[in-house]
Design a protein around this ligand. Structure first.
Ligand code: NIG
Ligand code: FE
Length: 400
């Protein structure tokens, strides 16, 4: 006897196999997918009435815990200032760092709740959130505790990434700050098991490839997964080195060149594209999508939700942008927020496709075709969202 069976669903499994021609069924036992296309008795039966069944979406790169906003910087940029100039004059990430320092753990948690609720309502069941607006031990740990609490209290998988190496605070040199990150913050984060991964911003306004090597060596010693923000504003060679060192993903990548793509391909590293930041910062240099395809680098797509470069609280919007701005096909985009996003988080065995044994995280969509998810901008909502086999949304669907 299954716990739940969804009958008459059009499965879109995102596991490399084509969708079955006719509606089929999927069963859940103990929060996991236990059978596909094997009808049987269940405690609860749902008639999907021909709706599409897709894995829950995965937003594998966000900075969704923050305080304040940066609308003044947006206005300054519209007046001609660049993201780099604002950062160099003490604004940018440091503006949010000051706001986070003044916010309590409870305030940070309360302000993150509606952001995560908005993602869940559009079918996101797994989300990664980074620290990186603390930049001292107290505030980095505060952010990471908020992220852990979100995971414990919301019907979503929330994974936590320690991004102490986001930028250099005003009271430190790069070297002295890296000492603090590696020798003090990282051991404290690991001791409290507050992070699943580490990340670093490798850029001429932030950290060097050598800093990344040092951080990654220490993080590996603590059993943490590795990620990196690389080649966003210039080509520093960070992606190739991150891939060689075993990073799961390299993120942004507008300035990535063929050599870096090859290194990523050899290491089975995932390219996480962030069209929201490209759009909001008014960038014109596109990530090397053709080269990523040619070398078969798996591509993921994420929202990068943050108050500075991507104040976009919608993965569906970023999916649309990945398709319209980066020219990814709907199939590539859908893999980018399911299977490949799971790989970027090191969770490919758990989530990201409709396969027996995986967590029963999925959504029913009343659409003529899943391709509509990359075509239509706005107004799309899943009919039902299930997390670990439990229905977690109760909204009315909107679609075509
Ligand atoms: O992913 N590039 C660095 N970090 C963030 C931006 C953070 C911010 O501006 O607050 C990003 O774009
Ligand atoms: Fe980011």
């Amino acid at each position: 006897m299954y716990d739940l069976i969804l009958n008459n669903a059009r499965l879109y499994p995102m596991n490399g196999y084509a969708s079955p021609q006719s509606p089929s069924c999927l069963a859940v036992t103990d929060g996991r997918i236990s059978a596909i296309d094997e009808p049987g008795e269940a405690r609860e039966t749902v008639d999907a009435d021909g709706a599409w069944l897709l894995p829950g979406f995965i937003d594998c790169h966000t900075h969704a815990v923050y305080a304040g906003d940066r609308s003044e910087e947006h206005a300054a940029r519209l007046g001609g200032a660049s993201y780099e100039e604002i950062a160099r004059s003490g604004g940018g990430i440091l503006t949010t760092v000051r706001a986070v320092a003044n916010a309590s753990e409870q305030e940070l948690y309360a302000s993150a709740l509606p952001r995560l609720a908005a993602f869940l309502a559009e079918g996101v069941t797994t989300i990664e959130i980074k620290s990186g607006y603390g930049l001292d031990a107290e505030n980095e740990l505060k952010m990471l505790r908020v992220i852990r609490k979100l995971d414990e209290t919301l019907p979503m998988n929330v994974t936590s990434t320690f991004l102490g190496a986001h930028t250099i605070p005003g009271n430190h040199s790069r070297e002295s700050y890296m000492n603090l990150v590696v020798d003090e913050m990282l051991p404290a984060v690991a001791a409290e098991n507050l992070a699943d991964a580490v990340d670093i911003y490798v850029e001429n306004i932030a950290f060097t490839v050598a800093d990344m090597e040092r951080l990654f060596a220490a993080a590996t010693g603590h059993g943490l997964k590795l990620r990196a923000h690389t080649e966003q504003l210039s080509n520093m060679g960070g992606s190739a080195r991150a891939a060689e060192l075993g990073a799961l993903s390299c993120d942004h990548l507008e300035y990535l060149e063929e050599e870096g793509v090859q290194a990523m391909a050899s290491a089975a590293n995932v390219a996480v594209l962030l069209p929201g930041a490209y759009y909001f910062l008014g960038e014109s240099r596109l990530p090397p999508v053709e080269s990523l395809r040619k070398h078969r680098v798996p591509i993921a797509v994420a929202s990068d939700l943050n108050p500075g470069s991507s104040p976009i609280n919608s993965l569906l919007t970023c999916m649309h942008m990945a398709s319209s701005l980066f020219r990814l096909t709907p199939e590539e985009v859908l893999h980018g927020v399911t299977k490949n996003a799971a790989r970027a988080l090191g969770l490919a065995d758990e989530v990201g496709s409709l396969d027996v044994g995986k967590r029963a995280d999925f959504c029913l969509w009343e659409l003529s075709s899943p391709e509509l998810l990359c075509y239509q901008l706005g107004g799309l909502k899943p009919l039902a969202v299930y997390k670990d086999g439990q229905r977690v949304n109760h909204e009315k669907a909107a679609g075509n």
